[in-house]
Design a protein around this ligand. Sequence first.
Ligand SMILES: [Mg+2]
Length: 315
Amino acid sequence: MAECANRGQGEPSSGAKRLRKSPAKKSSRNSQFAKKTIALIYDFDGTLSPRPMQEYAFLPQVGIDATAFWEESNRVAKEQKADPLITYMHLLYKKAKEANVRIDREDLVAQGRDVVLFEGVLEWFDAIEDYVKIRAESHGISLRHYLVSSGLTEIVEGTPIFDRFHNVFASEYWFDAYDLPYPKRVITDTGKTQYLFRINKGIEDLGETINEHMEEDARPIPFSNMIYYGDGDTDVPSMAVTRKNGGHAIAVYPPGRPRKKCVDLFNSGRIDFFAPADYRRGSDLFHRTCLLIDRILASIRVEEEMWKVARSVKG
Ligand SMILES: [Mg+2]
């Protein structure tokens, strides 16, 4: 838990988050077993927050009904055979321009303050870190939270949980490139999996290529140390990649609402667990997360012991 305890010491400011280089490419040569970082990776819309993040401030500011906006966006994407994410990013600003509303980067960040989070999300990060601290019997275990979202980086930046993430991978605009803001990065459903591999390989600087081969041994965060949280179909590629590589996945649904989507994901083997999106200590989600963390901690101890034995017989 050294990393959690040291939060904020010598870390880059939040704006530099996505530029953070990750440390451990040479783990196999270290004198310590290095694969002791646990990564909890979250989708945002529907997972940490009940509604798509654009619905809390952007659409109301521009005076558009959310249902009508998404219907139009999906219709245009279908008609044009365009990527739905690029289409929504384009349409947002087209609508703003039509309404004569100018929304720049700072405005988007400010909109983050209006985003509603599910109950317990604010306390969740400390609660899980406390749990890991209590249960970690192996020295040097650290916990990281990551966000991988098709939503907008700028809005996430304005939410009170932005600083809880080791890194935030989300779609983003270029504000000075063209008349209308232009997509700088678009994170589609399948594109999300790229960021899982970036976390796995420790290549979090988006300026660096992810495609070079890296031996399993050299990858700082094995998939088996990951739990992916999502809420539906858009998370299926990430859940599948995580679980097929030995990791874990949990789906959430809004408390008190139908859970059919989660049941389908569970029955089709996409997830280990599902639970209402209630992040308070003692909730089903908290309990099931702790069970998976117990399993991850146990397997880290086993792997560490095997690593020591392997070193001892090398001579
Ligand atoms: Mg979602």
